[in-house]
Write a protein that binds this ligand. Structure first.
Ligand SMILES: Nc1ncnc2c1ncn2[C@@H]1O[C@H](COP(=O)(O)OP(=O)(O)OP(=O)(O)O)[C@@H](O)[C@H]1O
Ligand SMILES: Nc1ncnc2c1ncn2[C@@H]1O[C@H](COP(=O)(O)OP(=O)(O)OP(=O)(O)O)[C@@H](O)[C@H]1O
Ligand SMILES: [Mg+2]
Ligand SMILES: [Mg+2]
Lengths: 165, 165, 165, 165
């Protein structure tokens, strides 16, 4: 089991490095077992250095840089063992528009292997979706699902969806 | 193997039977704060066999049953069914479509079914083992989870790597 | 000191209730000392019920409802003892457009007493500001401040600010 | 009493002297992920006397000094000055404009100044006591703090109520 974990870990590590460099357009990252002799018990350390910056440890990363690094790690694992289905809840919330775009292009590349469901408030993410569901609560406390088409002339999230029943 | 649909009834803010159909590609779920989007994610975690109420934002499991609103009385049962396409034969059962159901009654009784045949929770786990479908897996990423992946506690991310192994 | 804390707490509580009801357009909230005999040691409990919904405890609130409740508590305290200056870092991230609007109207009402600095990625928040600063990093790792005017024809966050030097 | 400006030099990602002017009303600070917005908030916390490196995302206080990039060498000193308008006389010093400065050298030496006169950290605390300006106060709300206000640990919010008392 320890052998298998090490093999998986090494694959995830290489994938993380390549996905990170893609998401950050450069820079470098690594993930390490602090105690390689005891792989099944060892804490796992992350190292991430955005392009052009010096390595300062992940605690100094910004909110968006942290989110993008974590996304890189997740998708690195998806490459090791793809999940047929993946649901992400507002992972794009701390991302600026450019990073949201990079995240979405990553999803595009993975969607042949994995069915994605992305919960979001982000307009760019909504525009990229193949299918769009709106959830409404006209009766307080009672959720209802509606199928939605985006109306680019109505930027307000709420009015965007009231047009479709 | 892919997810075809989820049927939600009596679960959290979905008192009325609701069907969420999933096509191939990327599905985006949108709507105002508090309208029920994360509750859909919770219903998926739950039907996959999540036993920790804390991961469903609850103190006790019965808190997932629709508890009523100011205008509607509570219900006594929550039921969620996940329907999976199995033409790939990846699930070790002789059906091209597999429906996994979970019910919880306010009395505390629980039921699990596979294609309408009652079974145990263990049978659901065994069916989905190793497919990448599982509530503990990295395929369900909840609100706030991204940040915990980079937490100071290196144990917090270990479960993801174990899942992939 | 205990007396003074109790007096402050009671004022903050009443303010919280009124700000909450304004932000949630109804509903009700409360904040209580679990151990009123020992005000300086007592844990502080929060109760929040959005309009039309049943009270389920704050753990069942959605991400956006939690953020709005916390904002209500903060501004309730600002009413007790206004701070001359207040800097908020991406508090609007989990809010949908309507709730962002309510948050901004709250800021409008308070800005005569308090100078606000709001760090944000949210376009609605940017549009409401009296003054706008952009921070850029053309040299990797080196921050530079620019004064900005919003260009509504350039929705991309990054292109929005490169036009002004 | 209001904030007029902040001068940042050698602090985190601001190696070059940077002035942030604050007008009345609401100022919004925007820009891509990792460009330095939260670092501005950190500089304000720091000049107000924050002694916990953890609240500045550091392990040691010297980590706030510009540590260099791939193209620029590190600096040996960080300095932040906050200039406050005191026409209201709220600050107990006979100046209509008060400049509070803090310096940190890589050697570990620290300096505090009020209107260019060296003083102790205690003097800065005493000057700002009870004004609502203070790094521990509810006037500096960092990324991720909103969520901790509603945490399961009722102690987490106590400090806000103590500040207001
Ligand atoms: N057992 C239950 N019965 C009825 N309503 C419930 C139950 N559990 C949770 N809810 C309601 O569900 C709502 C939260 O829904 P959810 O977390 O899905 O919102 P959301 O769409 O994800 O919003 P956000 O965008 O803010 O994250 C709460 O207002 C809560 O009252
Ligand atoms: N001592 C230091 N020297 C040089 N650069 C530093 C130092 N400390 C932090 N940084 C850099 O500051 C950057 C983070 O800046 P900051 O947290 O202000 O970003 P932000 O604008 O708030 O972004 P986001 O929108 O993602 O929250 C990091 O990339 C880090 O490399
Ligand atoms: Mg949610
Ligand atoms: Mg930030």
């Amino acid at each position: 089991a320890g052998e298998r974990f090490l093999a998986t870990f090494e694959a995830a590590r290489l994938n993380f490095q390549s996905v990170f460099t893609d998401l950050f357009q450069g820079g470098e990252a690594d993930v390490r077992l602090l105690d390689p002799e005891n792989p099944l018990e060892s804490p796992i350390e992350i190292y991430a250095r955005p392009r052009g910056k010096k390595a300062l440890g992940i605690r100094h990363l910004s909110g968006g840089e942290r989110a993008l690094t974590a996304i890189g790690m997740l998708f690195g694992l998806y490459l090791v063992k793809p999940s047929p289905f993946c649901i992400l809840d507002e992972v794009d919330a701390p991302l600026d528009d450019s990073n949201t775009g990079r995240f979405l292009r990553l999803v595009e590349r993975f969607k042949t292997k994995t069915q994605f469901v992305i919960i979001t408030h982000n307009k760019l993410t909504m525009e990229c979706a193949d299918n769009l569901y709106g959830v409404t609560m006209e009766q307080p406390g009672v959720s209802r699902l509606v199928s939605v088409r985006l109306n680019p002339d109505q930027p307000e999230e709420e009015t965007l969806f009231t047009t479709i029943r | 193997m892919y997810l075809k649909r989820i049927d939600i009834s009596g679960f959290k803010s979905f008192p009325d039977p609701t069907t969420v159909l999933f096509d191939q590609g990327v599905t985006s779920v949108v709507g105002p704060n508090g309208c029920g989007k994360t509750n859909i994610l919770d219903s998926i975690r739950w039907v996959l066999g999540e036993q920790r109420p804390r991961l469903l934002r609850g103190g006790r499991m019965e808190e997932v049953i629709f508890s009523g609103t100011r205008q509607r009385p509570p219900l006594n049962m929550a039921e969620v069914t996940m329907v999976i396409d199995n033409h790939s034969g990846r699930l070790a059962v002789p059906y091209s479509e597999v429906a996994v159901s979970r019910r919880l009654f306010r009395s505390g009784e629980s039921e699990y079914l596979i294609n309408k045949t009652p079974c145990r929770l263990k049978d659901v786990y065994d069916l989905l083992a190793d497919t990448g479908f599982g509530s503990h897996s990295y395929s369900v990423i909840g609100q706030g989870m991204i940040d915990s992946l980079l937490s100071d506690n290196p144990e917090d991310r270990r479960f993801l790597f174990e899942e992939a192994a």
